[in-house]
Design a protein around this ligand. Sequence first.
Ligand SMILES: C[S@@+](CC[C@H](N)C(=O)[O-])C[C@H]1O[C@@H](n2cnc3c(N)ncnc32)[C@H](O)[C@@H]1O
Length: 246
Amino acid sequence: MHINPKLIKKQFEKSINTYNENAIVQKIMAEKLVEEIAKINTHFDNILELGCGAGLLTEELIKKITFKNYFANDLIENAKSYITNLIPNSTFYCGNAKRIKPAQKMDLIISNAMFQWFENLDSISLYYKNLLNNNGILAFSTFSKDNFKEIRDLTGLSLNYKSLEEIKCIFQKNYDIIHIEEFSKILHFSTPLELLAHMKSTGVNSLTAQHWTFKEIKAFCDSYKNKYPEINLTYSPIIFICKKSL
Ligand SMILES: C[S@@+](CC[C@H](N)C(=O)[O-])C[C@H]1O[C@@H](n2cnc3c(N)ncnc32)[C@H](O)[C@@H]1O
């Protein structure tokens, strides 16, 4: 599926106020990322966060990691106020993370639940390597192939998720891989409509360009109930901690 940053931006703009309270799995991912980074170091002079959203990862990070300078990025302009509330003297770059040009090199580049939106991970891997100081760390979480498998099976809609092995092959060309972790988390809902509302509140309904009509929503709910005895949504997160190789 082709990724349209304008559509991603629109969906996340709508969900930014409801995101943190509904992003249960993304919060677990953020906690795991920070836990693994803290095992390597609890201080980094310059940190760059990509796709910071409403600051879910930022909030976890400032509990355990110290820094001199914090740079944050998102496609959405109003993400800035969430990060400034948490880190008043941070610098915010609005725009596409794949074109970010910070004025200095970073010691840690981090990102939670965003890399799945990148189409070309080979160029991303190299691009961020060049933004890191020697021994700098790239830490990110994303999702693997089974993510939202129920939605894919019912509608045919899915991002082009990569497997852990595929991502590892790409990043080990430019980094020493320090930690990889994959897990699965299934959320349960009372109705398919509740499941759709959850996806909307976390901005991850960016899979289609159009709003679904009432008829389409009803068809989705009916086919969900016919196919599955329970209303589940599978998340399949992956955590990567990589050190720039020399
Ligand atoms: C699932 S949210 C994750 C937010 C936050 N990282 C967290 O820990 O919850 C994904 C965020 O990435 C942003 N995003 C998606 N693609 C992006 C891109 N190419 N460049 C910058 N931000 C992007 C979205 O606007 C959204 O705020």
